[in-house]
Design a protein around this ligand. Sequence first.
Ligand code: GRF
Length: 188
Amino acid sequence: MIKIAIFASGSGSNFENIVNRVQKGDLPGIEVTALYTDKAGVKCIERAEKLNIPVHINQPKDFISKSSYEQHLLKLLSNEGVQWIVLAGYMRLVSEDLLHAYEGRMLNIHPSLLPKYKGLDAIGQAYESGDKVTGSTVHFVDSGMDTGEIIEQQQCDIKPDDTKEDLEERVKNLEYELYPRVIAKIIK
Ligand code: GRF
């Protein structure tokens, strides 16, 4: 089995979807060791508890530096034998310590057709842009914000009468197909 850890900072619906797919047998050979979150009291923790997935809550503010925070994560990851890291709404740039250890073995999903609309509220940026399409991108993680090598993108329409919430729902639904498909293809 290939062991993956999922990192999230908020809602965790992609995390839940990936775990559901693993539990249904759609991602053969892959095991989710734990949810790693950098925030206490967030919804992804509740989801993990319902799914019986262990949770590691580590808040960078409780460490003397970002490096010591990431070194702590590395110890946990190594104890669990984690081979790949899957970021799913992890709202933090990854630094040298983690990158060095997991270079080429860390994925992220970003809700835009990169290189367009990096950073925060990518769906809002697309919604305001007047574009007729948007989508989501799975990419390898590097030290930049949403800049790593693109693996796969999937697009959807922005319809003239969409509210921002309609568009958010359409992009999320697309991600629930895109991310498991790329994970199955890349993590081997
Ligand atoms: C997703 O849209 C993902 O593309 C982005 O953050 C969002 C996380 O949503 N990186 P959720 O926490 O999985 O619901």
